[in-house]
Design a protein around this ligand. Structure first.
Ligand code: HEC
Length: 155
């Protein structure tokens, strides 16, 4: 059952990626990242992950971006309770995420990961207050961790 749900999530997300690449902006971004790949090293710190860990991490990341997408959709519908639930369960510091973050040897990465998930719980708290402006602010804070980590680390 969990596998089916994951599969549906992946298919849904692949569809989204396909749609956006048809847009002008998507095209430019795609070309930009190809360019980067050809130039080799990009200055970010490598985590030196095993192939299995790489796949696991990327699957986790796709869940994160899907959670953000869901939260934004739910905010547009005014469903703060459901958005809050998703923030806690998908972005918050669950036992699974704590274990995952603590398994990394790089201390900076570990701490950034833990701080990110704590911000996911704070986002859940803010969403529960049903204040749209504060909720957007909290989502921005959480996404600042996405941006910061991606700018610093690669697999
Ligand atoms: C503590 C670090 C960290 C945080 C926080 C983080 N990521 Fe990532 N993410 C990574 C790393 C490392 C990669 C692999 C990047 C690479 O090797 O180029 C990655 C890759 C991804 C990918 C690519 C997935 C794929 O299948 O190719 C997506 C999408 C992504 N992250 C989304 C997010 C979103 C959305 C957030 C925040 C809600 C987030 N990440 C937060 C470290 C992080």
């Amino acid at each position: 059952m969990k596998k089916i749900v994951t599969l549906i999530g992946i298919l849904f997300f692949a569809g989204l990626a396909f749609n956006s690449s048809a847009e002008e902006k998507g095209h430019r971004m795609e070309e930009g990242s190809h360019h980067k790949m050809h130039s080799g090293e990009d200055g970010r710190i490598s985590l030196g992950l095993s192939p299995a860990m790489k796949q696991h991490q990327l699957a986790n990341m796709r869940n994160h971006v899907e959670a953000v997408q869901s939260i934004i959709g739910l905010l547009s519908e005014g469903d703060f309770d459901k958005a809050s639930e998703i923030a806690y369960s998908k972005l918050g510091l669950t036992e699974e995420m704590k274990k995952m973050c603590n398994s990394f040897e790089n201390e900076t990465f570990k701490n950034l990961g833990l701080a990110f998930h704590k911000s996911g719980d704070a986002l859940g708290d803010t969403l529960r207050t049903k204040d749209l402006t504060n909720s957007l602010g909290a989502l921005h804070t959480t996404m600042t961790y996405c941006v910061q980590c991606h700018a610093t680390f690669r697999q």
